[in-house]
Design a protein around this ligand. Sequence first.
Ligand code: ADP
Ligand code: TRP
Length: 344
Amino acid sequence: MTDQAPAPYQGPQRVLSGVQPTGDLHLGNYLGALVKFARLQHEIPTFIFVADQHAITEWQDPARLKDQVREITAAYLATGLDPKVATIFAQSAVPEHTELAWVFDCVARVGWLDRMTQFKDKAGKHKERASVGLYAYPVLQAADILLYKATAVPVGEDQRQHLELTRDIAAKFNHDFEVPGFFPLPDALTQGPGARVMSLRDGQAKMSKSDPSDYSRINLADDADAIAQKVRKARTDAEPLPEKLDDLAARPEALNLVSIYAALAGRTAQEVLSEFAGQGFGAFKPKLADLAVSVMGPIGGEMRRLLADPAEIDRILGDGAARARALAAPTMAEVRKIVGFWNS
Ligand code: ADP
Ligand code: TRP
């Protein structure tokens, strides 16, 4: 061995991401993740899955889980993913995810997982009562990504730490088994004003499915009235909007609404301020409500239309699973050989 930098990954570029089927999708999921999926599919081969195996790290009703997978799939389709262009599938339909995760469980170090902030947030005070799966969750995520040798992963800002862990696992695997460049070191794609959408009730907290207040978030399935009402009730302050973005630094609720407007309109937050500087929220909120209704309203309608035909959604997921397995199987066969398993 020399001490030169390891050989870089030479294979094709691929995009991969997924969302857990654990509740209603909201504006944060839409701007942080789904919008980017639809955009990237036309640039790079794109694999988007529903993470039903991740979902059971916390209790899920078995009688509801399949429908929850169909709901996320409907959201993917309604936000512009095209099953003829992107590969759309359910994680549980490709058993290689969990097979690779076991190998990675033996590559990742306990010390690395102990640093994961999402586990600490989700496990709360009673860490010893959390499932082992919740602890190992980021290792399965690394397997999801590296099974397809994905090079770019569009996610919200909160997933950045899991992507760093994925890179560490890839680098250690390549090093320990002396297969330089076998796995790529994937990049998190988190750019844009929608990378961290905050709660409408609290500018310091992330907009999240698990927030008990429905007024904290705009759901993809909300109708126009609900969207407009939530924007109207969003917490703000009494000051008018400033000219410069820096002047919003100490006004998190105001910054959040301006950022949401920018992300929905495909503009920068500074451009939005240039238009609204000097105006108060009495003027800004109705404009934001109209914009949110015009972008999000049709998505909810399209989701309801798609969900009326679950057989068609299942057909799309079945077709996607076959395409995903065609790529996953050879990678897993190579991994079995590299590790030296009897079944290789
Ligand atoms: P939640 O945190 O609401 O449970 P998930 O963990 O299922 O949502 O996230 C699915 C995707 O949406 C991930 O890529 C995540 O980074 C992104 N995401 C979640 N919440 C937000 C948010 N408030 N702002 C931006 N992106 C988000
Ligand atoms: N952990 C992600 C989330 O909470 C979901 C996820 C699972 C994922 N596997 C992934 C995202 C692989 C990107 C790539 O949102």
